[in-house]
Design a protein around this ligand. Structure first.
Ligand code: NAD
Length: 484
């Protein structure tokens, strides 16, 4: 392997502001030779079959579990979050185990054979052929989860997989790769690499299909790149999720659900609640209660083990959120609680911010914010609420909180987004392995990454066809003139 000069990328710690980690992206020829190795090992990985692959994946789950503390520490350093890092490590390991248990039956159930309904003498047998090398490119907001969510079913499908994690939050990949190396069969077909946009772009040149999670502008570049290579690409992009609160909703329940959906993880989740539409009759008491509840939340500074709101992971994101707030204020919006970003001990924080007097002319109501800001608008009737919630170029998810499940469901059915939480917000994580969900409009492209059928994305379909009688002889095929 040559070690041609590559730029190192310094990585900032979101709590201290220190650049305490460094990435050395692979040189292009190093990346090519890594991919060639993974590609070469894939044939055997496919041959051993789903049961044997599942057994290997279960050993990887054990290896991850053994490194649980190191994983939590690395993901915490990447994100500045503690409790959530613990949860994400548990959810990820459970995901490996669950997929390993389910995959063999799912794949067995997908095989089909039968007889032609057009030419009954032709029988057929379908065959699933995994893509040889699947690439994944992931974002910084949930580094471990979003770097493995596509890789796990792809590996079980029989693909080799290479993941490029975000240059903003790459530390978690060290313990993950350590766990991969502890399972030699897996290490032959699976690698996580560190690097920036350039490495991501080089990766696209190497793979046979790509799963991308990130922003809309990058997603567009990536889709164009994949189109030039004629390789399939699955995009999971940004959102501007709306919550609707109807007049009959329980105020306390609605406030708590909206608040959590808006500010959990400092609003840095793709399906955070970023707009709220409240029926006018309850608008005043709702915003009063929401602002009061929001003002009771505290920053997890100076004691990192206390408080509710951690730092921004990416420093630049805080500036984007500040700009959106300034734009809204300049156009007549008001802040009821919270406000601009604050610097503490090298980190950048923002208190939960509730805004009113907002309109759809403001960036805060139409562009992705990715911060703990909740703009609230009144609506008059259900039509109005549905129209405004659907007034977005995104369509990731949404929420409806109403006085009855029937009312919430009726409205939820009319929302143009892939995952609608009823009587709560941000429930998508709960059904990741259980139900399929598309991302509408600019929020994504391609088949669901969620639910049991997600594993089918990693196959090309082949069919073997047999003539069970004599082949038709060309000599017997006449151009019969029409009878007069
Ligand atoms: P981003 O688009 O800036 O970067 C994502 C990844 O793409 C990074 O690994 C980056 O290095 C890589 N990249 C950048 N340019 C590239 C190029 N030209 N070629 C190849 N790779 C390239 O996104 P981000 O800021 O890391 O993440 C935040 C975004 O991700 C938000 O918009 C958020 O909504 C979205 N997101 C979506 C989901 C979902 O499931 N829909 C989940 C989480 C986050």
């Amino acid at each position: 392997m040559s070690h041609s000069a590559t730029h190192t990328i310094p990585v900032r710690n979101p709590r201290t502001g220190q650049y305490d980690y460094e990435i050395v992206p692979p040189a292009p020829d190093e990346l090519s030779s890594l991919c060639a190795g993974l590609r070469a090992a894939q044939a055997h990985w496919e041959d051993i079959g789903p049961q044997a692959r599942a057994a290997v994946m279960l050993r990887w789950a054990d290896a991850l579990q053994e490194r649980g503390d190191a994983l939590i520490a690395a993901e915490s350093a990447d994100t500045g979050r503690f409790r959530l890092s613990r949860e994400i490590v548990d959810i990820t390991i459970a995901g490996v185990r669950d997929w390993a248990r389910r995959a063999p039956a799912l794949l067995a159930g997908a095989a089909r054979s039968g007889q032609s309904s057009i030419w009954p003498n032709v029988s057929f047998e379908s065959q699933l052929r995994p893509y040889t090398l699947v690439g994944a490119i992931s974002p910084w907001n949930h580094p471990l989860f979003l770097s493995t969510v596509d890789a796990i079913p792809a590996l079980l499908a029989g693909c080799a997989v290479i993941v490029k994690c975000s240059e903003i939050a790459p530390r978690f990949s060290d313990p993950v790769m350590d766990a991969v190396r502890a399972v030699p069969e897996l290490a032959q077909v699976f690698a996580l690499i560190q690097g920036g946009a350039q490495t991501g772009s080089q990766l696209i040149e190497e793979v046979d299909m790509l799963c991308f999670t990130g922003s809309v502008p990058t997603g567009r570049k990536i889709a164009e790149h994949c189109a030039r290579r004629f390789i399939p690409v699955f995009l999971e992009l940004g959102g501007k999720d709306a919550a609707i609160v109807t007049a009959s909703a329980d105020l306390e329940r609605a406030c708590q659900a909206v608040l959590r959906g808006g500010v959990f993880a400092t609003g840095q989740i793709c399906h955070a609640i970023e707009r709220v539409y409240v029926q006018r009759d309850i608008y005043e008491p709702f915003v009063e209660r929401l602002a009061e509840a929001a003002s009771r939340l505290t920053l997890s500074y100076p004691d990192a083990s206390r408080g509710h709101i951690g730092p921004f992971i990416m420093e630049r994101q805080a500036a984007i959120v500040d700009q959106q707030i300034d734009d809204a204020l300049a156009r007549g919006a008001r802040i009821l609680t919270g406000g601009k970003s604050e610097r503490h001990g090298g980190g950048v924080y923002m208190r939960p911010t509730v805004m009113v007097d907002v309109t759809h002319d403001m960036a805060i109501m139409v562009e992705e914010t990715f911060g703990p800001v909740i703009p609230v608008m009144p609506y008059d009737d259900e039509e109005d609420a549905v129209r405004m919630a659907n007034l977005s170029h995104f369509g990731l998810s949404g929420a409806v909180i109403a006085g009855s499940q029937e009312e919430a469901r009726r409205i939820g059915m009319r929302l143009d987004a892939g995952g609608i939480s009823l009587q709560d917000t941000t429930l998508t994580m709960a059904i990741t392995r259980d139900a399929e969900k598309s991302s509408f409009r600019l929020s994504g492209m391609g088949e669901s990454r969620m639910g049991p059928s997600a594993i089918m994305r990693y196959f090309r379909r082949k069919v073997l066809m047999t003539n069970t009688t004599q082949p038709a002889e060309m000599l017997s095929i006449h151009e019969d003139p029409p009878a007069h």
